[in-house]
Design a protein around this ligand. Structure first.
Ligand SMILES: [Cu+2]
Length: 139
């Protein structure tokens, strides 16, 4: 009887801790960086929604702006293109990584040390908002 009550309480706590979102965060990490520098955040997001997702903006409380970039190789030259939105097909996984798609945190307002965490707010084209927590670690 008591055990059942505890299990039920735990189930409620878990349901609150992990609200159903349009994406499942398979990984989320950021590079260590100094205050004033440019930061890099890498998310691995699985679309668990019922349709294609369009992520139209990203925000963190520790940068003046956050842009989605894609590193492109032109011969030996690597350039970064701004991606105005990131699209994830239903059931697909978007894998950000160094040398590929990444989030760039322009002008960090504080230093990022290993084991710090950074909340990253994702805004979707349909108005929904989701917050992923990135952990600072070395690549
Ligand atoms: Cu970049």
């Amino acid at each position: 009887m008591l055990g059942g009550a505890i299990l039920a309480a735990l189930a409620v706590a878990c349901a609150r801790a992990k609200p159903a979102g349009p994406v499942q965060v398979l990984d989320a990490w950021a590079r260590p960086a100094d205050s004033g520098a440019t930061g890099g955040v890498y998310l691995v997001l699985k679309n668990t929604d019922t349709a294609t997702l369009h992520i139209t903006s990203f925000e963190t409380p520790i940068s003046t702006s956050t842009e989605a970039h894609e590193t492109m190789l032109h011969g030996d030259m690597a350039t970064m293109d701004i991606r105005p939105e990131l699209v994830i097909a239903k059931g697909a996984t978007l894998t950000m990584m160094p040398g590929g798609t990444h989030l760039m945190l322009m002008h960090l307002t504080r230093r990022l040390r290993r084991r710090d965490t950074v909340p990253v707010t994702l805004r979707f084209a349909d108005g929904r908002v989701f917050v992923a927590t990135a952990h600072v670690r070395t690549p």
